[in-house]
Write a protein that binds this ligand. Structure first.
Ligand SMILES: [Zn+2]
Length: 213
């Protein structure tokens, strides 16, 4: 990075370039814009980031992003609490919610099993999922009463990438051991596709076309 920039600007560029899909050039352009454009808007952005980082964490039940210990989706009594959809990341929950084709509850893994990248199942929220499924009625009653229903189905909606498929198979084996029906989204999502980028109709079709594993 050019040392012509002042140190504070270099730091800003350095931090921006750590963001997904932002290279050093884009980071430089963004920093320039933030420092020379509407500075009150830049201050608002800084404040929004600080406040969101402070307040937003993960739901203690489903691990979706939430400002409260249990997210609004988990607290919603109108949703089907006996159908649980397992996804890779929070953006997948947003995509499925936008599609309107799913009215159950979620579990966000925050990653997939990827041996080539050295990411094992232990680096995702798979054990949290199993713990959630294994909790006995009394524990659940204390935790989330009156929302608990015996689970009827776990839908594996990880991406149809190699890693997503491997993760789905791995989770399926563990969930089936607990005697819960497992299905996998299938038709509609192209092979190698990520849920986040699928259109709403495709998502609805893939949810409707899920099959038993
Ligand atoms: Zn939740």
């Amino acid at each position: 990075m050019s040392s012509i920039y002042p140190a504070t600007m270099r730091r800003l560029i350095n931090e921006l370039s750590k963001l997904p899909s932002i290279g050093e050039k884009s980071a430089g352009r963004l920093a320039y814009h933030l420092l020379t454009g509407d500075t009150s808007a830049s201050n608002d952005l800084a404040e929004a980031i600080r406040e969101a980082v402070e307040r937003v964490s993960l739901c203690t039940v489903c691990y979706f992003i939430s400002e409260s210990p249990i997210c609004p989706l988990c607290q919603d009594v109108r949703r089907a609490h006996d159908v649980l959809c397992v996804v890779e990341k929070p953006a997948d929950v947003i995509a499925l919610e936008k599609s309107g084709g799913f009215r159950g509850i979620y579990h966000v893994l925050h990653g997939v099993w990827s041996p080539l990248k050295g990411i094992g199942p232990e680096h995702t929220k798979i054990s949290e999922l199993l713990r959630r499924l294994q909790l006995d009625e009394s524990t659940l009653a204390a935790e989330r009463d009156p929302l608990k229903l015996p689970l009827q189905e776990v839908i594996l909606a990880t991406s149809t990438t190699v890693e997503g498929d491997a993760t789905a198979l791995y989770v399926a084996g563990l969930v089936e051991e607990l005697g819960v029906k497992v299905t996998r989204i299938a038709q509609g999502i192209p092979k190698g596709g990520e849920l986040e980028y699928a259109d709403e109709l495709t998502l609805n079709l893939s949810m409707e076309g899920r099959r038993s594993l």
